[in-house]
Design a protein around this ligand. Sequence first.
Ligand code: SAM
Length: 467
Amino acid sequence: MFTELPEEFKKRMRAQLGADYTEFERSFDMPAVRAFSLNTAVISVEQFEACSEAAAELKYKKIPGMQHAYYYDDDQHIGRSAYHHAGMIYSQDPAAMLVAEGIKLPENARVLDLCAAPGGKSVQLAEKLAGNGGFLVSNEPDRARNSILCSNIERMGFKNAVVTCLYPEELANFYPAYFDAVLVDAPCSGEGMFRKYPESIGQWSISNIEHCALRQKDILRNAILMLKPGGMLIYSTCTYAPEEDEEIADYICEDLGFDAVSAPEIVAEYAAAVPLKKGLAYKFYPHVSKGEGQFMAYFRKPGELAKNETLGRNWLSGNKKKADKECCMLMEEAFDGMPDIDLDCVFRISDMFIYIDKGIDRLPEKGITKNGVCIGSIEKKRFTPHHDCFSAFGCSIKNRLELTPGSSELSAYLHGEELRLSLLENGIYSGSDKGFGAVMVLGVPIGGFKMAGGRIKNHYPKGLRNL
Ligand code: SAM
């Protein structure tokens, strides 16, 4: 593997690492490390760790010092596990996880993840915000990657996130000096991913590094327009190239006028401090800690951070109407009982019902790809719930089927099969004999079903099922 690395790259890394270079080189012979973080917005650490079936299936080990992150066995097909389907866990490189791990956010914080797909750091941020009344704008300009981002945010069941598909300069028009924190996990030359994705080595060149550095500056110039005075800017890449790391961090201080601030303690524990012209940044190397390459630096915009004053529902103009009597009647009929959803947050756009969390007080006029939670839509005069609704509001729906972890019924559901109430051995059904309901595991919703005469008709989306 290592011999395939470009000579020029090796020369640059030797210059960067000095005597440690040999160890760095050896790390390419070791397998990439896998890890996942737990979504504590839906399940507590205690409840998850008490589940012996999850421990046996995922064979995880807690990452020391991290609040709720775990290494797992590479051989496991984690994406097929019920815990993944339920949005309890998100698989991510442990070094990448570190970027957002120790960040502290103020109450009701507004946070922007500007380069967000596939969504690892957005998931961590939305989880933090779920507990503090804040909300996340998760943005990704690449259409294909944006749809993966939407599906990950949906799987994790977040109610407090909006996904947009805009270039930074477009988004900056909608959000001048608005966010308390902005994360720029920038597109980069990806040197830190060479071990995990050797196919990316062929794309390496000095001219690509230079191109990436120019694009990073461009993204940052727009990112800072959206940050409030006193707000936090987090800049990260998965490359070792100083042109995209330290030099960009220096650019943020010297040209954009920001101050580098100290990183959360956990970052300093795992990553090496790198001196900037003023302050420190951090690099995570695979020969020092378990994970791939990662660079991260933290900055503060000059000024005093003011508390957020809610702007009200400014975005209510246009085509969004408050949920009316007809909405409620249709939902009540579909679920055979009104779900416990705050109707003040439910809106109607044509035949679609959406939920927009209370904290969300500004939405762009274009480019939204996930507008809060899609509850469902009217089809042939009947209301049909959307998968997003089961993920986010499964616990609030009257009809619920709690399936036992590791059971044949659970795996049948994930395969798209219909279940029979009379044959159910490993599960508990609560609710009525008709209407839509949610399938749950460990009290966390996975997807939907429709109850009809003892038949539990599978509504788990075809594209998500285990084959
Ligand atoms: N933060 C993500 C995560 O944790 O899963 C990984 C982000 S990846 C390193 C960088 C992303 O930036 C890519 O998805 C890429 O499509 C996106 N990107 C490319 N050009 C961009 C631009 N001009 N502005 C914002 N994002 C861009």
